[in-house]
Design a protein around this ligand. Structure first.
Ligand SMILES: Nc1ncnc2c1ncn2[C@@H]1O[C@H](COP(=O)(O)OP(=O)(O)OP(=O)(O)O)[C@@H](O)[C@H]1O
Ligand SMILES: [Mg+2]
Length: 281
């Protein structure tokens, strides 16, 4: 298998007519771990949702390709089939669908053409073993997806899905938030166990403590809906020690959140005069 590659080029997007992404460029290849940091409300989760095809978000411009194929043209299930995976910051509860049914269906959807489905026995064995690796309660397999799960259980469950589905590129949105120290280690080990040329990972995080377990090769900072600075692990350490003000100064940004209108202080809306031209749409 060739090394997978996710390419994001000048991606612009809005939600409810509010411009959030203003031109994101990023390339994640197999074998690489990237971290995206950035203050609250700067578009990090929006980026992950747009890449995965959440219907609420409107793409205004730019391209996303996965192994050379146009992702933005694909349905959500096609994106998963292409090897993309998202662990959400706030995983949804799906009453009526058990965790195990969901995983079985999702695994089927990932099958390549002509590939045979694994037997139910094999699936159950793999699921039980993975649940054990993650130190999760065995009854998790039979509970409705995320319903009544604690914050940390939801996060572990996202990692369970990642381990079972074996994506080529995974986006993990704040997988570390709300985890206790043991869970943080277990999740870190799970991500490390997937590290290979066939797997690339984009981790959205606020804290350097995730680095105790996962060492990113590249660190990016997002402000105003685009990546304003990239570097290596030392960038993360500096942010941890000094915050974001120095970056804002360096880049010449006063307010790091989504683009706001100077006069009103409100987010720029698509219909406001000259916005499209300003954003080059
Ligand atoms: N569905 C939505 N409806 C309305 N506004 C939205 C929606 N999704 C995102 N936004 C807005 O877009 C901006 C960026 O949000 P996003 O969730 O991408 O930020 P973030 O960088 O992930 O922040 P955090 O670090 O707090 O998770 C915010 O101002 C948010 O309120
Ligand atoms: Mg977020």
């Amino acid at each position: 298998m060739a090394r997978p590659v996710l390419k994001i080029n000048d991606l612009k997007a809005s939600v409810e007519d509010k411009v959030i992404l203003t031109g994101v460029d990023l390339e994640v290849k197999g074998g690489e771990i990237h971290a995206i940091m950035g203050p609250n409300g700067t578009g990090k989760s929006t980026l992950s949702q747009v890449v995965m095809g959440h219907p609420k978000y409107e793409v205004l411009g730019g391209e996303v390709t996965m192994n050379g194929e146009e992702v933005l043209e694909m349905e959500v299930d096609e994106r998963a089939h292409a090897g993309l995976f998202l662990a959400m910051q706030y995983p949804s509860e799906i009453p009526g669908v058990t965790n195990s049914d969901f995983l079985r269906m999702s695994k089927k959807a990932r099958l390549k053409e002509g590939e045979k489905d694994q037997s139910l026995m094999k699936f159950i064995r793999e699921l039980d073993a993975t649940i054990e690796t993650l130190n999760m309660n065995p009854d998790m397999a039979h509970r409705y997806l995320n319903e009544g799960f604690s914050g940390g259980e939801k996060k572990r469950n996202e990692i369970l899905q990642m381990l079972m589905l074996k994506p080529e590129i995974a986006i993990l949105d704040e997988i570390d938030s709300g985890l206790d120290v043991d869970a943080l280690r277990i999740v870190g080990e799970a991500v490390n166990s997937m590290r290979s040329e066939d797997f690339g990972c984009l981790i959205i995080t606020h804290y350097q403590r995730v680095l105790d377990y996962i060492k990113p090769d590249f660190v990016h900072v997002m402000m105003q809906g685009r990546i304003v600075k990239s570097g290596d692990i030392s960038l993360m350490e500096k942010i941890d020690a000094e915050g974001y003000d120095w970056i804002k100064e360096e880049v010449g940004i006063e307010d790091e959140r989504v683009v706001v209108e100077a006069e009103s202080g409100r987010p720029v809306r698509l219909d406001s005069c000259g916005t499209k031209e300003k954003l080059g749409l």
